[in-house]
Design a protein around this ligand. Sequence first.
Ligand code: HEM
Length: 135
Amino acid sequence: MSVNDLALLALRVSHAVAALIWLGGGLYYLIAIRPLANQELASSAQRRFGEWARPATLVMLATGVVLLFEGLSSNTAGITYAGLLALKIVAALGAFWLVSVRNRSRGGSVAERAVALGMAAFVLGVVISTIWPAE
Ligand code: HEM
């Protein structure tokens, strides 16, 4: 395993761990926290989670861009690979955008859509890296 391979592995692991934190926290909020009657607790939990979700978003963007260049330059899979990757990135950016809109408006109605788009990005990421594994 070369230094390059190790660097790529570190990027992949960072991307996957950041995705786990972002999506896991979002799902836990929807499933367990938001249904609670205690609104004060729910918004305090959401604020604290933001302290993890924001850095996780930055890690996903930074590692995702490098993985994107690496994938497009080394992968010979062609148009299907590029198309699915584009779909995944649009879903991820849509999720990040919804979260930032929600933070500004303090409304709760878009949380499901943000988590659903994040889930789509996650599933597509797993599908893509399974169909076209790193050489
Ligand atoms: C909600 C946000 C996101 C989630 C949940 C997510 C999730 C994932 C997962 C689970 C993988 C598979 C990891 C592996 O098994 O190697 C992956 C791969 C990847 N992601 Fe993301 N991701 C997100 C955002 C992004 C963004 C914003 C970008 C680009 C700017 C990006 C680009 C990539 C690339 C290029 C791969 C590698 C695909 C390949 O194997 O060729 N992701 N992502």
